[in-house]
Write a protein that binds this ligand. Structure first.
Ligand SMILES: [Zn+2]
Ligand SMILES: [Zn+2]
Length: 336
């Protein structure tokens, strides 16, 4: 029997997306200060759910409500929390990211009610689970300063890069180019609206930069690095226009070799994004529910919770037209 404290709810988890960070941590790779997980760690932070039980003081939700789960929890009292940037709080904990904090890939989850966002009737559980990656991409694109005049380059066409592509297009960026070394993922990027795609091989950064600028017929104002590879970050530094922005959407290893003289001499702003501040998740939900973003179209594979190990193996192998893998954690038959 679960006892809920005042503002908590018990959630029956429905769809959970597998994010690249989940896979990299599962494979034992550290990213920045995030360390590989112990075998009993529960991953997952892209999640939709149904409210199963209310804590004694919860008034904003009812049992049976369908919700998207915002995975970050902060103190809500310190100076950064008060400015809305709760993702930078010293006491920030994110489901499956923070060591010791379990993720959403389980049947039931206890979570603060205020971080459970009600889904409109027409928004499915799959859409609901995709609000989280859209919120991450939205924060990345807003931090990068995308406008209708922006020439945007995205490095990496896996779901992290594709989410930025969809958001950048929804923000009416002038052109969006996406580069990857995988032809199938580039074909998906084209379907999702990329103006240009570039097949880059793991070669010299200056060769890849030349390929990209020739395809775009310009240097990008904004480069969003979504691949977590050192080679891609180096391409980003040299391909971006003077005065432009290199945005780090994926976490790379703790120390990365960068041509930083490029940043100094050409006034490139290198910016990071880690999850998102408090206003992004509701905005991302609006973008999903209005149809401005249809991220669920990239879901290519679905597994039940008891086949989660297989799902991670498939997601980790990244073969055969694979884009996004989701886990169905619900026990009842339902619409996706
Ligand atoms: Zn993620
Ligand atoms: Zn705080």
């Amino acid at each position: 029997m679960i006892t809920l404290v005042t503002d908590e709810v018990l959630l029956a988890v429905q769809t959970v997306g597998i994010c690249r960070t989940n896979v990299l941590l599962w494979k034992g790779r550290a990213m920045g200060s995030l360390q590989a997980r112990t075998p009993d760690h529960i991953p997952g932070h892209e999640c939709s759910a149904c409210v199963a039980k209310l804590g004694p003081e919860v008034t904003c939700l009812r049992v049976g409500d369908r919700v998207a789960v915002e995975p970050g929890i902060a103190c809500w009292k310190c100076s950064v929390c008060k400015t809305g940037r709760y993702n930078l709080c010293d006491n920030f904990r994110a489901l499956s990211f923070t060591p010791g904090v379990e993720g959403t890939m389980q049947r039931y989850l206890v979570h603060p009610a205020e971080l459970c966002h009600k889904l409109p009737e027409h928004v499915t559980y799959d859409d609901g689970a995709m609000v989280e990656p859209v919120a991450e991409a939205l924060h990345t694109c807003l931090r990068a300063g995308i406008t209708v005049e922006s020439e945007v380059l995205i490095l990496g066409a896996d779901p992290v890069g594709l989410s930025s592509l969809l958001v950048a297009k929804a923000m009416c960026a002038r052109h969006v180019c996406i580069a990857d070394h995988n032809e199938e993922r580039l074909a998906m990027a084209k379907v999702l609206g990329a103006d240009y795609t570039v097949l880059v091989y793991r070669s010299d950064a200056s060769v890849a930069a030349k390929q990209i600028t020739e395809t775009m017929a310009c240097m990008p104002d904004i480069t969003i690095e979504s691949s977590a590879s050192e080679a891609a970050i180096q391409i980003a530094m040299i391909v971006t226009k003077a005065g432009g922005v290199v945005m780090m959407h994926m976490l790379s290893k703790e120390n990365t070799k960068l041509p930083l003289a490029q940043a100094a001499l050409r006034e490139i702003d290198v910016k990071g994004a880690f999850l998102y501040p408090g206003d992004r998740f509701p905005l991302a939900l609006s973008m999903v529910s209005s149809g401005a973003i249809d991220f669920k179209q990239i879901i290519t594979h679905r597994f039940p919770l008891d086949k989660a190990q297989e799902a991670f193996e498939v997601a980790g192998a990244r073969k055969g037209g694979l884009v996004k893998v989701v886990i169905d954690c619900g026990t009842e038959p339902r619409r996706p």
